[in-house]
Write a protein that binds this ligand. Sequence first.
Ligand code: PGA
Length: 253
Amino acid sequence: MAKKRLVVGNWKMYIDKPEEARSLALALRRKVRGLSGVDVYVAPSLTQVPAISALLESSPIKVGAQTISPYTAGAHTGGVSAAMLKGAGAQFVIVGHSERRAEGDTNAVVREQLIRTVDAGLVPLLCIGEEARGVDGEHFEVIEEQLTSALKNISKNTVKKLIVAYEPVWAIGKRVEDAMKPAQLEEMTIFIRKMLASLLDREAALKVPILYGGSVEAQNAASLIKEGGVNGLLVGRASAGVDSFIEIIQAVK
Ligand code: PGA
C-alpha cells in the first residue's frame, strides 16, 4: 500500500476571481515547501488550470482538472478533451465525482473518461460513493457496480496510475459532525480494497491509493486516515481557503 499520504483539494466552483485562485496557489506553494510525508494536489476550475499550473510548476503540488470529456476530439460543443487538459498543464483528472454523476455522467461515461485520461498520460482520480445508506447494505452493491463498471478488464497502465476516492454522497458538503465516522470508513476501505484485488492484478491493487472525501476538516482528518485505513483525503470546501487546507495537510502528515 502506498505509504506517502495524499491530500487533494477540489476547488469546485468556489473561487471565481482569477486573482483569488492565484493568491491561494501562491500561499500553498509557500506553505507546502519543505513538507515531507504528504503529496498535495489541487483541482482549480478549468479556466484557472493554465495559470495555476504555471504558478505551481516548480513546486511539488500537482494541478489537475475536475472533469473531462469522454470523447477524444470532434464535434462536442463545450467539451474539453484529455489532450486539451494536458496542453493546459493538468497532471491529473477527477473522474466520476458525484456532482458530475448527478449532472448526467453515467457509469459508462465515467469509464470512457477514465480511459481518455490515462491515454493522454494523465493520472485518474476515480470517485465512487453511494447516495444514501439503507439497512440492507445496498451501499456495498453501489460501490461494487461503480468499481466493476469503471475497472473491469482495464489496462495495466491504468491500474498503475489509478487513485480511487471514496466519497459517500450523503457526507459531502456538510459539517464535520456529519462526515463519515472513521470506523464506518474502515469497513468500506476494506471492501474497496477487496473489490480492487478481485478486479485487478492482486499485487497492483494493493498499491492503489484509496482516499476519503466528504466534509473533511482538520478536526477529523487524522482519525479518518489512521482509523479509516485510507491513504489520503479529497477535500472540497475546506480546500478553498489557505488556512483550512493547510491545517488538514499538517494534520495528516
Ligand atoms: P466537501 O467536498 O469536502 O466540501 O464535503 C468533498 C468533495 O466533494 O470532493
